[in-house]
Each structure stands twice: as structure tokens, then as C-alpha cells.
Design a protein around this ligand. Structure first.
Ligand code: C2E
Ligand code: CA
Ligand code: CA
Length: 739
């Protein structure tokens, strides 16, 4: 029902307008006033749907009235009056244009000319009333919507709050350390378990730097891993972490990291979950120690020794690392054991073990092979003399009498020594030959040492022959390169090729570097040979590129000898220039030895190459100094996990741990990690689970002659399809699939 207010100082007009207004619709209410002030008083506490006012009035004109109406406060003093937005019709004379302007400015809605045409009055009034209804209806709907929204968000909030509380309870009761950190490294969430471990409350940790939660060292590590998750948007597979409680108790955790997304799918935080596995790990370690150590003396056992030899051999494959193996047998031990009993014999063995350990350097390994046989791996020896010196010291240490249960026992030892690479190239051969040399020492009157010498002459003669043949072959172009594909795990695509040197040795078919590399290095022949390798590899890669094959980065092995004798930087730049290969398609494979030994000039040279875009990989990573310091100081692009670890990773926990560490550290330093020597699906699955970036090995392909490699590049690779189909983000799935 509409209410209409009429304001006019003349009674006749008021009556006319009132009558007209009453015909507008049934039930309409009309309030009429002659005095604007009175009308305003009424309007301050009543609502109305239309105001019709005359312009010319003695006290206050229609414009001023409208202005005051628009600004009218409610009679109660609280807020605006109900009629402030009501439509206002102002009635003016035809020539009152200036008045109309004033009325409009004051907020009038419409005008009628006086004398008023009845029909026009009714039409305008009806239109304005309809507008008013619509306006009120809209307002009402908006209000109800707002109310509904308010209500529903309140309900939702309550529900959310309830489920959040439930979730928080769950998260606080699971026996795991859970926290999340944002891009700035601040804790956004810490569960009770994690807070307790850090010796604080969740409230005291939230919003603070993760350092408060993890301590400086772990925080730095955690941040680096978080950065990786932010960058890739991918979860990190679980990895083991050792840490301490605030009381200094060692704890081992299996820690995983996963991205947390906001509504738009952006990673806003990284969730870190750590499960404690201390007991399991310690048990595992005890078992591992038992498997690799001798219970009586606590020394490494034969299995451990073979492992160590394997590693030394991996390091030595290039000829820039030599080591000695001492095989040691106690003299007169059996007599002591028989005469004085086992416990005295045991005591004697323990004392011998201690003295041996005290005689060698930290990097050497003393092992007990069984009975009264011991062995020493003397790492990084520079010639036979150094090995002889150690043998002398060992014999001196063991010739001091041992006091045991009131007996003064004198024992001694005979030692056989083999040198790598001179006396053998695998663990068994070295052990066998050292054993033979030891018997020779015993036969020649105990308490002494002998080098293994039987094969020495033959080997020396063979070496001389190879050297002469190598020289001749250099001029006759009897070298060639094989290429082994390097596959990107994510895509299954061939993205690189390692160039591997082969020698078409007259009368011997095609020889691998094992046969001739150490001789080429000793004689310096490797310098011209490798210069050829570099040029040929770059030429070949550029040719493939020109033929339109998918671009592959070509890997070239450099020898430490080159760095000693040649300006490697100048050579590489020259070859890249000559062949036209884009520098970022060349990948130089260097050993840890080269990076460790480099002087400032070589370091600068390598830096310069990198600055030109040439890639640098650390080959055989893990076999050398196992120190990442030089990698940190010298920015390389890629770590190549040595094949000995890849081979052992599915059976030896040690090797698996090393692989994991290399991948992790590599990624922390933003390096690519490639594994070589991948021979089967198990190894591949493991490497995938560890997050390795690239792989190379017989599983994909043996090294191939250039034409065959090009053929491989042209055809779709069978494993490429396989990778895509079975590429699973979850490592446990990948493992169970036997990928
Ligand atoms: P590397 O750099 O570690 O090269 C990898 C070696 O592992 C190659 O042996 C390759 O054939 C082999 N290999 C690849 N995949 C597998 C696998 O799945 N299982 C097994 N058991 N072996 C695999 P290769 O060609 O006999 O080379 C031996 C070493 O000779 C190389 O070791 C590298 O250190 C050196 N070398 C090769 N070419 C050159 C060269 O042009 N210059 C220099 N200075 N050294 C070279
Ligand atoms: Ca290599
Ligand atoms: Ca290698």
C-alpha cells in the first residue's frame, strides 16, 4: 500500500493533488501539508512512497525542501530518515527553468508544470511509484541474500572449524613430526609432536623461521629441499635424516616433503613429515656392521675388504690413482694358540689388530680375513717405495712383544704386497697375487715382505709393446669413437651421448680403454689421442645436428694428464669454434681428481669454458674424495654416479645410501644427476625412486659405432614408450612395478 505526501501552501492545490493521488490505486494513503517544516517533521519518522511538492512556497521553496528531505535524520537521531530516497515530484511554472535546475541539484526526481495536467500527474506518479516498488523490492532481495549468505558462511565456518579441529586433533595424535613452511621459510603449521620434539609449543613456532624448529643446520637443508618442491611442484621421495633431540639423543627419521596448494593450484607451502625409524635403523646398522666386521677384533672382514677394493679399482680405472694391497700372515700364531689356548690366541689377535690400526693412515683399511690373516689397503700410494715403507713399519710394530696373561709373546708377520694397476686389475687377482707374494716372503725367512713380481716382467714388456703400437696408430687414424646414449628419465628421450674411445689395434680387433688407457696416460700419448677424441666427437655431434637429428649433448672424457700438460681451455674453445657445435651441446666429463688437484689457472680455465656455455660433469662421482666441497666451490653442471654404486644399490644398503645421498646433495646444489652402468629394470626403478635425472647403461644400449647410434636416434626408442606408460610419481609404486 502506497503512501503519498503532498506539500503545497495553497489549499486548493493541496485538495486537487490529494484527490488525484487517491485515485492512483486502491488503499493509497495521502498525507498533505501546507508547511514544509511540518512535512519534514512528519517525514523524520514516517516512510512514504512519493512526495509531490510545490516549488513556490513562502517559508521554504521546493528545492530547499527537497535538499533537506534528502539529508533528513531519523526522528530517533539514529541514522537517516526512512524517506530520504523517496521519489520527489516538484511542480513549477513554465518559465521557472532556473528553479528546476535548483530543484534538480537538490535531488528532485521529476517535474510537473503548473497548471498541472491531471492525466500527466497520474502517469508520472504511477511510473515513479512503480520505480519505487522495484527499488524497494531489489533492496529487500539484496538484504535477504546478504542475510542468507551471512547465515550460510557462518554455518560453513562452523562446520569448517569443527572439521579443522578434528583434523588438528588427528594431526596432533599421529606419531609423526609434521610441519609446513612457506616460501620465506616461516613455519605456517607445526603439529604437537613436532613442537614437542623441538622443545616448544606449536604457538611459539608458528610464524617463525624454520630455524627455530629445526636448528640451523637442518633448517638450511630443509629450506633447500623446500625450494626444490616450490620449484618443481613435486613431492620429494622419503629420505633418511639423522638428528638429535634437544637432550642430545640421536634420532633417525624418514622425512618426506610435499607441496601444499591454494585454491588456484599454486604451491604456497611445503609440508614436511618425519616418521621416526631410529630403532629399525640401529638394528639394521648392527646387522650391517656384523656382516662387514669381524666379531673378535672389530676390524672390517673379507666382504668389506672386497667392497673397498672394488671402490679403489673404480677410482683407479683411469690410471691416475694407484694403491697397494698388503696381505699379512702372522708367524708362529698356530704355536701360541695350541700351547696357550684359544683365549690367549684371541687376545693376541686383538692386540695385533690394534697395532695395525695404529700404524696405518686414516684413509687406509685394515681387515681381518680369517684365522691369523690380515690385509691392508693402502690408498693413493705414489710408487712401490711408499708401500715398502708401510710394510716395514707394520713388521716393526708387530715385532714388539705382546704381554698376555703373564706371558710375553713374540710374534711377527710376513707380508705380500701387490700394487694396482701393476699387479692386477680386479679384487680377486690382487688378493691372489698378494697371497702368493706373502708365501714367497714366508719361504724366504719370515718377518719380511715381498712384492708380487712374477708377472711384472711380462707386463712391462706388454706395456712397451702397446706404447709403440699406440704411437704408430696415432698417425694411421686407428682410433674410433663409440657413443652410448644418455636417457632423460622424465621423458625417456635420448638427450646425450658419451663418446667412448676405441682402438682398432692391429691384430687384436677393437680394444676398449682398459687395455691401453693407463699406458697412454703414463706415456703422455693420451694428450694427442684425446685431442683427436674431442675434435671427432664435436664434429660428429655437429654433423648429426646438421642432418636434422634430435640434438644430443655429446660427452667427452678428459684425462688428468691433459690438465697437467696442455691448455685445455684453449683446446676446447678452438675445437668448438672449428666444428661449429653449439657450446651447450658439449659436456666435458672430469673426475673428482681433476677438480681437486686443479690449480687456480685450470680453475679459471674451466670457469671460462662454463661461461661460454660448455657443460661440465663430474665423472665416477663417489669413488674419489666424496667431498662436495669442491663442487660447491666450483660450479659444475652434473654429477655422474659411479657404476659401482649403481651395481650394488639393489643389494647393498651402503651403495643404496650413497646413491640416495648423491642425488639429494646434487639436487640441493641444483646439479643434474646422472647414473651410469644401469643394466636392469631393478636398478632403473631404484634410480627413478631416488629422483635421479638421467641414466646411461647397457639396459638402454651398449656404446655403439656412430652410424648405429644415429640409427637409434632416428627410430622411436622402445623404452621411451615404456617410460611414459609406467612413469609413476609414487616411488613405492614404481618399485613394486619393477620398473
Ligand atoms: P667411464 O667414463 O666411466 O665410461 C663408462 C664405461 O662404462 C665405458 O667403458 C662403458 O662402456 C661402460 N659401461 C657403460 N654402461 C655400462 C653398463 O651398463 N655395464 C657395464 N659393466 N659397463 C658399462 P669403456 O668404454 O670401456 O671406457 C672405460 C673408461 O675409459 C671410461 O670410463 C673412461 O674413464 C675411459 N675413457 C673412455 N673414452 C675415453 C677418452 O676418450 N678419453 C679418456 N681420457 N678416457 C676415456
Ligand atoms: Ca665418462
Ligand atoms: Ca664414469
Amino acid at each position: 500500500m502506497a503512501t503519498i505526501l503532498i506539500l503545497d501552501d495553497r489549499t486548493t492545490n493541496r485538495d486537487i493533488f490529494t484527490r488525484l493521488a487517491l485515485t492512483l490505486e486502491p488503499g493509497v494513503q495521502v498525507q498533505s501539508f501546507g508547511d514544509p517544516q511540518e512535512a519534514l517533521v512528519w517525514l523524520a519518522s514516517h516512510s512514504t512512497d512519493l512526495v509531490v511538492t510545490d516549488f513556490r512556497m513562502p517559508e521554504m521553496d521546493g528545492a530547499e525542501f527537497t535538499r533537506r528531505l534528502r539529508h533528513l535524520r531519523h526522528a530517533s537521531g539514529q541514522g537517516p530518515a526512512p524517506a530520504t530516497d523517496v521519489p520527489v515530484i516538484v511542480i513549477t511554472a513554465y518559465n521557472d527553468r532556473a528553479y528546476r535546475m535548483r530543484a534538480l541539484e537538490a535531488g528532485a526526481t521529476d517535474f510537473l508544470l503548473s497548471p498541472v495536467d491531471h492525466y500527466e500527474f497520474l502517469t508520472r506518479a504511477r511510473n515513479l511509484l512503480r520505480m519505487r516498488w522495484q527499488q524497494l523490492e531489489l533492496q529487500r532481495r539484496a538484504e535477504s541474500l546478504e542475510q542468507k549468505l551471512e547465515h550460510s558462511t557462518r554455518a560453513q565456518e562452523e562446520m569448517l572449524r569443527d572439521s579443522r579441529a578434528a583434523l588438528a586433533q588427528v594431526i596432533d595424535t599421529v606419531p609423526a613430526l609434521i610441519s609446513a613452511a612457506d616460501r620465506q621459510g616461516r613455519c605456517v603449521f607445526v603439529n604437537a609432536c613436532q613442537a614437542e620434539f623441538a622443545g616448544a609449543t606449536p604457538e611459539a613456532l608458528a610464524g617463525h623461521d624454520v630455524e627455530r624448529l629445526f636448528g640451523r643446520e637442518r633448517a638450511a637443508r630443509s629450506r633447500a629441499l623446500d625450494a626444490l618442491v616450490f620449484e618443481t611442484g613435486q613431492a620429494l621421495p622419503g629420505r633418511e635424516e639423522e638428528t638429535e633431540t634437544p637432550e642430545g639423543q640421536p634420532r633417525i627419521f624418514l622425512t618426506t616433503k610435499a607441496p601444499l596448494h591454494n585454491g588456484r593450484g599454486e604451491v604456497v607451502a611445503v609440508l614436511t613429515t618425519s616418521l621416526e625409524i631410529t630403532d629399525r635403523k640401529l638394528a639394521e646398522r648392527r646387522l650391517g656392521h656384523m656382516a662387514h666386521h669381524d666379531a673378535l677384533t672389530g676390524l672390517p672382514n673379507r666382504a668389506f675388504l672386497r667392497d673397498r677394493l672394488r671402490r679403489e679399482l673404480a677410482r683407479g680405472r683411469r690410471g691416475d690413482h694407484a694403491f697397494a694391497l698388503h696381505f699379512l700372515d702372522l708367524d708362529r700364531f698356530k704355536a701360541v694358540n695350541d700351547a696357550l689356548g684359544h683365549h690367549v690366541g684371541d687376545e693376541l689377535l686383538r692386540t695385533v689388530a690394534q697395532r695395525l690400526e695404529a700404524t696405518v693412515r686414516e684413509e687406509d683399511v685394515v681387515a681381518r680375513l680369517g684365522g691369523d690373516e690380515f690385509a691392508i689397503v693402502q690408498s693413493a700410494v705414489h710408487g712401490a717405495e711408499e708401500a715398502a715403507n708401510l710394510a716395514d713399519r707394520v713388521i716393526a710394530a708387530l715385532s714388539e712383544p705382546v704381554f698376555c696373561e703373564g706371558h710375553s709373546l713374540s710374534t711377527g708377520a710376513s707380508i705380500g704386497i701387490t700394487l694396482y694397476p701393476r699387479d692386477g686389475t680386479d679384487p680377486d687377482e690382487l688378493l691372489r697375487n698378494a697371497d702368493l707374494a706373502m708365501y714367497r716372503a714366508k719361504a724366504e725367512g719370515r718377518q719380511g715382505w715381498r712384492f708380487f713380481a712374477a708377472a711384472m716382467d711380462a707386463r712391462a714388456r706388454e706395456a712397451m709393446r702397446i706404447e709403440a703400437e699406440l704411437r704408430a696408430s696415432l698417425g694411421r687414424e686407428e682410433f674410433l669413437l663409440y657413443y652410448q646414449p644418455q636417457v632423460e628419465l622424465r621423458s625417456g628421450a635420448i638427450i646425450g651421448a658419451e663418446a667412448l674411445l676405441r682402438w682398432r689395434r692391429p691384430g687384436h680387433g677393437i680394444s676398449t680403454p682398459g687395455v691401453f688407457l693407463s699406458i697412454a696416460e703414463e706415456t703422455g700419448l693420451i694428450v694427442p689421442i684425446n685431442e683427436w677424441v674431442l675434435r671427432e666427437a664435436c664434429r660428429q655431434a655437429e654433423q648429426w645436428r646438421a642432418e636434422g637429428l634430435a640434438p644430443v649433448r655429446v660427452g667427452v672424457n678428459l684425462s688428468p694428464v691433459q690438465f697437467r700438460r696442455q691448455d685445455v681451455r684453449a683446446l676446447v674453445l678452438r675445437v668448438v669454434e672449428e666444428t661449429g657445435l653449439p657450446p651447450d651441446q658439449l659436456d666435458l666429463e672430469l673426475t673428482e681428481g681433476i677438480l681437486m688437484e686443479q690449480d687456480q689457472a685450470t680453475a679459471a680455465g674451466l670457469q671460462a669454458l662454463r661461461a661460454r656455455g660448455i657443460r661440465i660433469s663430474v665423472d665416477d662421482f663417489g669413488t674419489g674424495y666424496s667431498s662436495l666441497n669442491y663442487v660447491k666451490n666450483f660450479p659444475v653442471d652434473r654429477l655422474k654416479i659411479d657404476q659401482s654404486f649403481v651395481r650394488g644399490m639393489t643389494s647393498e644398503p651402503n651403495d643404496a645410501a650413497i646413491v640416495r645421498t648423491i642425488v639429494e646433495l646434487g639436487h640441493m646444489l641444483r646439479l643434474q644427476v646422472i647414473a651410469e652402468g644401469v643394466e636392469n629394470e631393478d636398478q632403473l626403478a631404484h634410480l627413478r625412486a631416488e629422483g635421479c635425472d638421467e641414466v646411461q647403461g647397457y639396459y638402454f644400449s651398449k656404446p655403439l659405432p656412430a652410424e648405429e647410434f644415429a640409427r637409434l636416434l632416428r627410430q622411436p626408442q622402445p623404452w621411451q614408450r615404456l617410460e611414459r606408460e609406467t612413469a609413476l610419481p609414487d616411488p613405492s609404486n614404481a618399485l613394486s612395478q619393477g620398473m
